[in-house]
Design a binder for this molecule. Structure first.
Ligand code: GRG
Length: 302
């Protein structure tokens, strides 16, 4: 990182570039089925923080990867994240009306189109991952397969997005142990964040030991992200969050503040970030941005 470049400026610049790529990687509203493409674009091209794609880029760049080479994977991961938000907001799941500061996909387009828009984003993501190329513009099949495997596993059922969502639903209104709470957070939120960091390393050609460090760092910031999210759910307004606050409490969900209180939750998030920074400092690369993103994760207000 150039000394004058703050993490906020880095994230804002990369988010803008991600938005431009997402725009071209998502089918136009003019192409049939227009309603579906409108719904996909409505949810995807809104105002997300783009944290996961930024992590792909920051991790890959730290290891010498180029932004153009990293961008398809960065955008594919954002598409999967967006699918999970659309489905999570459905009446059968969290039943939310507000996402990224506007009506949720099913509120704007109806449930059937929202389900299909989520499905379509997930499917398109894997098509995009299968387009990863070398810097010279040749298909890079070895990286495609490794990245697809990593991302599919993180979006899947074992210690991963869907598995975590199931555990989250099953444990509503129950007293959960620390281990279960951590399993839910690690899987539902942490797995895709960890995978974002690892994928950046894979595309940049990191060594196995570097990938291991990225994975350890990613696991910690992924868990810290969800602990911070739980805290924000209790302490923020809907204007700050762009979604309905207090939903976890209302649904009697298993959260860090519900089980440990706010001060202990803040201390846990802080500890995870300190560990992540210590681990990533040993990468033998310029990890200033990755360290700053770890801090941003617990200092953010939305
Ligand atoms: C439906 C398979 C399936 C999974 C849903 C992502 C998810 C699992 C649920 C979303 C609900 C939620 C509050 C999850 C916790 C953390 C999280 C993923 C928050 C949203 O991510 P941000 O803050 O959102 O990065 P933006 O809008 O900035 O992209």
């Amino acid at each position: 990182m150039a000394p004058e470049l703050s993490v906020t400026a880095y994230m804002a610049r990369r988010a803008e570039e991600v938005n431009a790529w997402l725009e071209t990687l998502t089918p136009s509203e003019m192409v049939p089925p227009q309603i579906l493409h409108r719904a996909m674009r409505y949810s995807l091209l809104g105002t997300g923080k783009r944290l996961r794609p930024i992590l792909v880029l920051a991790s890959g760049e730290a290891l010498g990867g180029s932004v153009d080479e990293l961008m398809p994977a960065a955008c594919a991961i954002e598409m999967i994240h967006c699918y999970s938000l659309i489905h999570d907001d459905l009446p059968a799941m969290d039943n939310d009306d507000l996402r990224r500061g506007r009506p949720t996909c099913h509120k704007a387009f109806g449930e059937a189109i929202a389900i299909l828009a989520g499905d379509a984003l997930l499917t398109r993501a894997f098509e995009v991952l299968a387009s990863i190329e070398t810097e010279g513009g040749e298909p890079d099949y070895a990286k495609q397969v490794r990245v697809i495997r990593e991302v599919a596993a993180a979006a899947g059922t074992v210690e991963a997005l869907i598995g975590g969502q199931v555990a989250d639903i099953e444990n509503e209104k129950k007293q959960v142990s620390d281990a279960t709470l951590e399993y839910i957070h690690r899987s539902k939120t942490g797995a895709m964040i960890r995978a974002s960091v690892v994928v950046g390393g894979i595309i940049a050609g990191a060594s196995e030991s570097q990938i291991e460090k990225l994975s350890e760092y990613g696991a910690r910031i992924g868990l810290a992200f969800q602990v911070a999210d739980d805290i924000l759910d209790v302490t923020s307004t809907s204007e700050q969050l762009g979604k309905t606050p207090g939903k976890d409490q209302a649904a009697l969900k298993a959260t860090y503040p519900a089980i440990h209180g706010i001060p202990a939750s803040e201390a846990r998030a802080e500890q995870l970030v300190e560990e992540a920074i210590r681990i990533i400092s040993g990468l033998e690369a310029d990890t200033a941005i990755l360290q700053a993103i770890a801090r941003f994760i617990i200092e953010r207000r939305s």
